[in-house]
Structures are given as structure tokens and as C-alpha cells.
Design a protein around this ligand. Structure first.
Ligand SMILES: NC(=O)c1ccc[n+]([C@@H]2O[C@H](COP(=O)([O-])OP(=O)(O)OC[C@H]3O[C@@H](n4cnc5c(N)ncnc54)[C@H](OP(=O)(O)O)[C@@H]3O)[C@@H](O)[C@H]2O)c1
Length: 319
């Protein structure tokens, strides 16, 4: 019985692998717009798709990002300046894209731009901390998508949204998980609404990868900044050594999980763009596949117990 089941699983994986092999044709006629191409996944994806022959429109946040990308790519690649938190900037970028793609429409948009700070215990934060991150990670995704959706419908193309494993489980405070849960919800409804138009929607849910988003210096600096502005009574509740314990915890977790092979994520993005039958969700990274996602399906009391047992606790903890 066990061997029979194992055989069925193996057959299913072979069937799925074969079904997902086929790629779309005429890459040289297909325009792909990516946000956040200055660094990390977006930067690598822009270079990778350019090599594969796609017409890449790389959305960069900085002029330096645009210049550096142009130096190492073909003349098929175009850059546009876009700040996803600024609707005028989003509209301006869309107008340039519309002029560039003409009757072909836009084959794909990859909503990749994102930030990971401010992040910290929820009672350390103020509403502005939430607003600033949601503006990039969630409203930026919605604004960019809505502005190019008519061009995507024209090409019967794709929307690829970069979420995170933290769009499936929420183990730490602050706006990051909130923003990524929002991206998941937006993608799910968009997928259903756009299916009749032949538009496909996919979510990328990476685990921990070595980029600016997981840069320990940046993350620790952010936690320290949040700590420094706390009122004395809150600091007393947490205890003077809480900051050091949190840093040690961050070091351990990131050393344990962070993967430096960004191609695992970029490969999934590329599949979402170029496969004839893309997946709805991709979970690049061993930690995503074998830790975070299984944990997200567990009963809440189990995952809560695990996080509470292993995370740093305030000095006055009742647990
Ligand atoms: N790395 C991970 O472990 C991980 C895991 C799960 C999900 N993700 C997601 O993956 C995506 C890409 O992040 P990454 O890891 O590649 O980090 P990254 O290197 O920091 O890339 C994020 C990019 O977004 C740009 N950006 C920031 N604010 C922007 C704005 N207002 N408008 C336009 N662009 C803006 C950044 O530009 P500057 O560099 O100039 O600031 C940067 O180029 C993010 O959505 C992130 O949440 C990352």
C-alpha cells in the first residue's frame, strides 16, 4: 500500500514536471515590466530575462540603478524611473511603457519592489510605520498593477506578485506580514477576475534569501532605532538586555535560514513569465518548502507555542 502511494506521488511529480516544461514562443516580442530593479531579485531577473531574449522594462528607484543595469544588458532592455509609492511616478512610467509596447500590449508585470523595515514588536510601533511600508509593499503593488492592467489584458499576459512566506504565516510584529498577506489576497481576487480575459496571476513566496531586505546591519539598526524612541516604562517592561537577546536571535535565525542562491527565486519568476502553464504559487527556498509552509498549515496553538518558546521574551513575561 505504501509503495503504491509512493508510486502515485512519483508519477504525479513527473507528470507535473513534464506539463510545466513548455515555454511561450516569440520572446523577442514580449515586454516584461519589473519594479525594484536596482538590486536583489529584480536586478537579477532583469539581467536573466534580457539574456533569454525578452524585452525588459526595468523599473528602477534610483538613477544609479538605471545606469548600472544599462551597462551590463543588451539594447533590448529599457529602464524607467518608478517610485511605487508615488501615483504620479507610477502613471508616468505607465505612459512610457504604453508608448513602447504599442499594439503588442504588456506581456508581464513583476511587482517586486519592497522594503522590510520598520519591523519590530507591535507595541513598539506607530501608525506611520505601518503606512510607510504598506505604501511600498501593498499599495504600490495595487497601484502599479491597476495602471498597467489594460496593457496586460491586451496581451493576454501575466501579473507576477512577489509576496513572501510571511504572506502565509505571521511570526513577528509590524507591517511586513500584514503587507504580504494583503498581496496574497489581492492576487487571489485578481486571478479570478482576470481569468476570463486570459490573464494569469502568480504569487512568488520566497523564504529567506541574502539581499538588502534580509541585511542584518539594516535590520538591527532599525530595531535599535525603534528601541531608542520607546518610553522608559516600555523599556523597563522588556528589560535592558532585551535588545542584545533579540540581536542574538536574529543572528541565529538568519544564519540558519538565509540562502545566497537568488536564482532559486529568479527561476520561479521566470517560470511564471515564460511557461505556457505557470503555477499559481511558487515557494522558492528549502526553508519555505520544508519549514514555513508546513508550519502555516499546522493548528495555530502549535505554531504559536513554537514561536513563543523560541523567541525573545519581555522581562515581565507571564509565560
Ligand atoms: N530577500 C528575501 O529573503 C525575501 C523573502 C521574501 C520576499 N522578498 C521580497 O522580494 C522583493 C524584492 O526584495 P529583495 O529581497 O530583492 O530586496 P532588495 O534588494 O532590497 O530589492 C527591493 C528593491 O525595491 C526597491 N524599492 C524600495 N522602495 C521602492 C519604491 N518606493 N519604489 C520602487 N522601488 C523601490 C529597492 O530600491 P533601493 O535598493 O534603491 O532601495 C530595491 O531595488 C520584495 O518585495 C521583498 O519583500 C524578499
Amino acid at each position: 500500500m505504501f509503495l503504491y502511494l509512493l508510486g502515485l506521488v512519483v508519477v504525479w511529480f513527473i507528470f507535473r514536471w513534464y506539463r510545466e516544461l513548455e515555454r511561450v514562443s516569440d520572446k523577442g516580442d514580449k515586454y516584461v515590466y519589473i519594479t525594484g530593479c536596482d538590486s536583489g531579485f529584480g536586478n537579477l531577473l532583469a539581467k536573466h530575462l534580457d539574456k533569454l531574449g525578452f524585452r525588459v522594462i526595468a523599473g528602477c528607484y534610483t538613477e544609479k540603478g538605471e545606469d548600472e543595469l544599462k551597462k551590463v544588458t543588451s539594447d533590448r532592455l529599457t529602464t524607467v524611473h518608478v517610485d511605487v509609492t508615488d501615483s504620479d511616478s507610477v502613471k508616468k512610467a505607465t505612459a512610457s511603457i504604453k508608448a513602447l509596447v504599442g499594439q503588442k500590449g504588456l506581456w508581464a508585470v513583476v511587482n517586486n519592489a519592497g522594503v522590510s523595515v520598520p519591523s519590530g514588536p507591535t507595541d513598539w510601533l506607530v501608525i506611520e510605520d505601518y503606512k510607510s511600508m504598506l505604501a511600498v509593499n501593498l499599495l504600490g503593488v495595487v497601484d502599479v498593477t491597476l495602471s498597467v492592467l489594460p496593457l496586460i489584458k491586451q496581451a493576454e499576459g501575466r501579473v507576477i506578485n512577489v509576496s513572501s512566506v510571511f504572506g502565509r504565516i505571521s511570526p513577528f510584529g509590524g507591517p511586513y506580514c500584514v503587507s504580504k498577506y494583503g498581496v496574497e489576497a489581492f492576487s487571489d481576487s485578481l486571478r479570478i477576475n482576470m481569468a476570463p480575459f486570459g490573464v494569469k496571476v502568480a504569487c512568488i513566496e520566497p523564504g529567506f534569501f541574502k539581499t538588502n531586505v534580509t541585511d542584518l546591519v539594516l535590520l538591527k539598526g532599525n530595531v535599535k532605532k525603534l528601541w531608542d524612541r520607546l518610553p522608559e516604562d516600555v523599556k523597563r517592561d522588556y528589560g535592558n538586555d532585551f535588545l542584545d537577546i533579540s540581536f542574538e536571535h536574529l543572528d541565529n535565525r538568519f544564519n540558519q535560514f538565509t540562502d545566497s542562491d537568488l536564482m532559486k527565486v529568479v527561476g520561479c519568476m521566470e517560470h511564471g513569465i515564460s511557461a505556457v502553464r505557470p503555477r499559481t504559487r511558487y515557494s522558492p527556498g528549502w526553508d519555505a518548502k520544508f519549514f514555513w509552509l508546513p508550519l502555516s498549515y499546522m493548528p495555530t496553538f502549535l505554531s504559536d507555542t513554537m514561536f513563543l518558546k523560541n523567541g525573545p521574551k519581555p522581562k515581565i513575561s507571564k509565560l
